[in-house]
Design a protein around this ligand. Sequence first.
Ligand code: 13P
Ligand code: SF4
Length: 312
Amino acid sequence: MGILSFQVTAMNIMEKIQKLKKEKNAIFLVHNYQPPEIQDIADFRGDSLGLSLEASQTTADIIVFCGVTFMAETAKILSPEKTVLIPEKTAGCPMADTIRSRDLQKMKSEHPEAQTLCYVNTTAEVKAECDYCCTSANAVTVVTQALTHAKEIIFVPDANLAAYVTRKTGRTFVTWAGSCPVHAGITPQDIRLRKVLHPTAEIIVHPECTPEVIDLADQVLSTEGMSRYIRQSSSPEFILGTETGILYRLRQENPEKIFYPLSTGAVCPNMKKITLDKILTALEEMTHEVTIPEDIQKRAELSIRRMLVYRS
Ligand code: 13P
Ligand code: SF4
């Protein structure tokens, strides 16, 4: 295909998407790690917490969720009367998939006094087994404000996030050995190399990184926290230890600042499965609709609503 016909096709797709979106009263919720062309069509772009809040408040009839499945499930749980579509149904989160509800039931039976906290990166079935849900943006606040009196806390599935919250709060957790392959793949050696190349740049990492990486960082923030922090920072250069998709947003928001990825290999393949073609198909054919059994939806909603009380 020549460049001209490629541009015409891309334009046709965009026109069709916008027309159908209007006709069907749809909204596009887009995670910070999505490819640039998907971020460009977002009605709302943000982190897991912001997207959940948006899903709970929208007046649209259809939510087209451009992210991974646990995020689309969370949107459906918060807005069960709405149609939630995920343009690519295999866009999962490998960390969320490490733990099933029966695993958590077993942990609960071994720790009958424990309160249960799950990271939003879990399936709806796991959320239904939990007292509280949190994101990386509010995990510390949920532990310090909501779980103050808990004798014991089961915190699943991210062992790195749990280790980070332990450092910040002094609380220890019964954990699950899950981790994000993208963030756990960032190494202290990556930081040392980048520091040699850009010695004055500020290093910001996501709390899903390992404790060894967190030790060498200047700031530890969720994706939305990164955006907020960088907008008000006077530093001219930043090294980002998270999925590289966020660099597009950060460069748009801060054209005068310079950004480097801590690791160019920090790419989440599942986040890149959403394409404009698939969004068009989703709107045309109403695929792939997210459905949650009613009992799971009701129980999971409780832990997610508790999460929404704590903004950061
Ligand atoms: P945020 O909540 O910071 O957007 O992170 C979600 C995620 O999947 C991180 O890998
Ligand atoms: Fe899951 Fe990691 Fe991808 Fe986030 S970046 S969706 S935690 S695999």
